[in-house]
Write a protein that binds this ligand. Structure first.
Ligand SMILES: *Cc1c(COP(=O)(O)O)cnc(C)c1O
Ligand code: SF4
Length: 337
């Protein structure tokens, strides 16, 4: 009982894990700091940033043009004062997702695939995010809930594809993810593993040897759906992270959100498609904004959205034209516009 007190060493983390966790911890976390780092005068910011905080990793900050308050990347992360204005038709759960929870942490809205909200955390905070008000603490499947997820999947043999989402699943450790995937591989009928993640692009340090290991080692066919809204997001660091993911054999796809002042021009969409293709990623979806409270200043009308897609179709290769969709609560899939 009288043993001298001793400092218990923490489990050593692999170097690459420390690198990305430190980069995430060091992300810019306030509007004033964001402006200062970009050489801008401090601007008024939304009070909503107290609940849904600013979060911008250095790698993303480095792609923003200093001194330009209208930069298309800055606009995605700066809490515009318009966020605080209530708008009719904009709500905190626009997709009625809380009703679609099959078991806590598992959403099955569409046949054949189910989506796991593994964590509420993200490597970046996008101001237009439809999940910005989502109560993830209640949704995260851990412990007994994780068993319930596996039981649900075993009881639903039509579910062949499992989507790891969130939040962003790649904010979790590789140890946790590898363990989840090992359990999922034990569900006999599962064929495909899909990741929905923005992290490889906004925090390229996250693409570690351990991540590449479990991703290339799984028996499941893998798809990684990244989230890039503007060509300027794809700098050399992002491209090499994507190349490493592609090296695992994963199919890379992109989903973007149509955002006023970010990518609502035919030039911006064409450049995005070409930059994605050069990085080995095919455009998949272009989402119409979900009417989430605080995001109304990003809205583009359906008429304008259709016009943009028709113009894009008329001037570029078909595989560079994403499917323009919107999510309609209760529909059996994304709804084409
Ligand atoms: C978007 C989404 C999917 C995936 O839909 P795809 O059209 O296959 O890309 C699956 N489940 C949920 C709950 C979704 O929101
Ligand atoms: S990374 Fe995705 S889930 Fe996270 S804040 Fe951005 S849009 Fe939302």
């Amino acid at each position: 009982m009288n043993k001298p007190a001793r400092i218990i060493p923490r489990t050593p983390q692999p170097k690459h894990a420390r690198d990305w966790q430190q980069a995430l911890a060091a992300a810019v976390d306030g509007p004033a700091e964001l402006d200062r780092r970009l050489g801008l005068e401090p601007r008024p910011a939304a009070g909503a940033a107290r609940d849904f905080r600013v979060r911008v990793p250095e790698a993303f900050l480095a792609r923003i043009r200093p001194g330009d308050p209208d930069d298309p990347l800055l606009r995605q992360v700066f809490p515009d004062p318009h966020e605080d204005e209530p708008r009719p038709g904009y709500s905190t759960d626009p997709l009625a997702e809380q009703q679609a929870m099959a078991v806590p942490g598992l959403l099955q809205k569409y046949p054949g695939r189910a989506l796991l909200t593994l964590t509420g955390a993200c490597a970046i905070h996008c101001r237009y995010c439809f999940r910005r008000h989502f109560p993830y603490a209640e949704a995260s499947p851990r412990g007994a809930r994780w068993q319930a997820v596996l039981d649900y999947l075993r009881a639903h043999p039509d579910v062949e594809e499992i989507i790891l989402s969130g939040g962003d699943p790649l904010t979790l450790s590789d140890a946790r993810l590898a363990a989840c995937v090992a359990d999922l591989e034990g569900v006999a009928q599962l064929q495909r593993l899909r990741l929905h993640t923005r992290t490889p692009v906004v925090l390229p340090e996250r693409v570690t040897p351990a991540l590449l290991d479990w991703l290339s080692g799984t028996r499941l066919q893998t798809l990684v759906v990244v989230h890039v809204n503007h060509a300027n997001e794809l700098d050399a660091a992002a491209r090499s992270a994507l190349a490493a993911l592609r090296g695992t054999g994963a199919q890379l796809l992109n989903q973007a959100v149509l955002l006023a002042g970010v990518n609502d021009s035919v030039q911006a969409l064409e450049q995005l498609g070409k930059a994605l293709l050069a990085a080995g990623v095919l455009p998949y979806y272009l989402h119409q904004l979900d009417p989430v409270q605080g995001a109304a200043h990003f809205a583009v009308s359906d008429a304008r959205a259709r016009e943009l897609l028709a113009a894009l179709q008329a001037r570029t290769s078909g595989y560079l034209v994403p499917r323009l969709v919107r999510e309609v609560p209760g529909a059996a899939g994304k709804t084409p516009l």
